[in-house]
Design a protein around this ligand. Structure first.
Ligand SMILES: Cc1ncc(COP(=O)(O)O)c(C=O)c1O
Length: 402
């Protein structure tokens, strides 16, 4: 197989960060495979030849200039030590302000704490915010590490396969109640990875009723909430009503919307006074380690300028999604519902009789087998890349059913 991607021929590695001239489209059009490999991101450094990496939530889109400027200024200032309170307070305020502007959720900045990443926030929640021995209830499919982390921490994991109704993954309230019987920690990923769904108000309220009746706690992973496409509205779960505010800990981050996971700064929003008390009572060492550069970057991301960049990113991703949907439609036996949010795409290969575990070998497209998400027969792809690469990936998959 030869690389048929008609992607860019620019020879300036720095052009991938230079969007001041021509916007995101121009930057992405200039972007060639050589440049991407030179960038040494995970997906481009572990692939070679014709291989295209689509297994990790990393973005090839340009960094927001305001974020880049903020990091550069912080480095010039020497902000490379530990995280000062004055910096974390700024990020907490910026995070709260973003939640208000974007989703209409009024968050007290004093309820926002920083941790290096969302998975660490989940581990912190298991270790310090819920009682010892609290089982984790995880609807599947789910972002892969959630299937591994509870066991690694010595915590019981109860997986709860979601039902598929008209192509949508939904939670059955009765089975949810059974899984949460006696309490538990429910992982609520919204927008959803890998299904790409944005939960509706009714869906969230149905969950809230069960959680309240069982005395459970919710870990609301809303890391993908900045990346919602037009026609859908993210509703922060804790913002639904007083009950959800009291039984939820919410994890957010600029790491997906603005591609900053390497800068190690997530935000934990604790709307429960009891959770805030437990946070303060926990050993300092387990809530330490957020990067000051990540905190500065998150503040810039959440600023008005940072959000203008985000909107341009969402628009580029949306057009990439639509292009992918058009091309994949040429193989109707591949089940596909275009994501309502996120650049994560979830393909049902059962009817097409394609083994997801064979796709990499047959197409050189490296995605994730749905079994790693707890659901067999599906393929998960992350498509935060140029439209040329997205089109190529779609064509190779369609080629499997020709
Ligand atoms: C739903 C979800 N949660 C958590 C993470 C990991 O976030 P972090 O790197 O902040 O731990 C990801 C990364 O892709 C994700 O998609």
């Amino acid at each position: 197989m030869s690389m048929t991607v008609g992607i860019g021929h620019g020879d300036d590695v720095d052009s991938i960060n230079d969007i001041k001239h021509g916007g995101i489209d121009a930057a992405m059009d200039r972007l060639g495979v050589e440049q991407l490999r030179a960038r040494r991101s995970v997906k481009w450094s572990v692939t070679s030849g014709d291989q295209l990496g689509a297994f990790i939530a990393e973005s090839d889109l340009p960094l927001a200039p305001t974020v880049r400027d903020a990091i550069t200024a912080a480095v010039a200032q020497g902000l490379t030590g530990y995280l000062p309170a004055v910096v974390s307070d700024e990020t907490a305020a910026a995070c709260a302000d973003f939640q208000q502007r974007r989703f209409g959720w009024t968050v007290d900045p004093g309820h926002v704490q920083l941790l290096p990443d969302v998975l660490g926030a989940f581990a912190f929640t298991i270790g310090h915010l819920v009682g010892p021995g609290t089982p984790v209830v995880l609807p599947t499919p789910a972002y892969m590490p959630f299937l591994e982390l509870p066991g690694a921490l010595g915590t019981e994991l109860r997986t709860l396969p979601m039902d598929q109704v008209d192509g949508r993954f939904v939670l059955d309230p009765q089975r949810l109640a059974a899984a949460l019987d006696g309490g538990g920690l429910l992982v609520l990923i919204n927008p959803h990875n890998p299904a790409g769904q944005v939960a509706t108000g009714d869906e969230l309220l149905a969950v809230a009723d069960v959680v309240e009746a069982t005395g459970a706690t919710v870990f609301a992973d809303e890391i993908h909430s900045p990346l919602v496409y037009p026609g859908h509205q993210h509703i922060p779960y804790a913002a639904l009503d007083e009950r959800t505010a009291a039984h939820t800990v919410t994890a957010v981050s600029a790491s997906k919307g603005w591609n900053l996971p390497g800068l190690a700064c997530a935000q934990l929003i604790m709307t429960s006074a009891e959770h805030r008390r437990r946070w303060s009572a926990s050993p300092f060492v387990v809530r330490h380690g957020t990067s000051p550069l990540g905190a500065v970057a998150a503040s810039a991301a959440y600023s008005v300028e940072g959000v203008a960049h985000l909107d341009a990113v969402v628009d580029y991703l949306r057009r990439g999604r639509d292009l992918f949907a058009d091309r994949i439609a040429k193989a109707p036996s591949i089940g596909y519902a275009a994501p309502e949010a996120t650049y994560i795409h979830w393909l049902d290969l059962r009817k097409a009789d394609i083994d997801p575990g064979e796709v990499a070998k047959r197409t050189d497209v490296l995605g994730t087998n749905g079994t790693a998400c707890g659901t067999a027969g599906f393929l998960r792809l992350t498509l935060a890349t140029s439209h040329a690469v997205i089109g190529e990936i779609a064509d190779r998959l369609v080629g499997l059913v020709d």
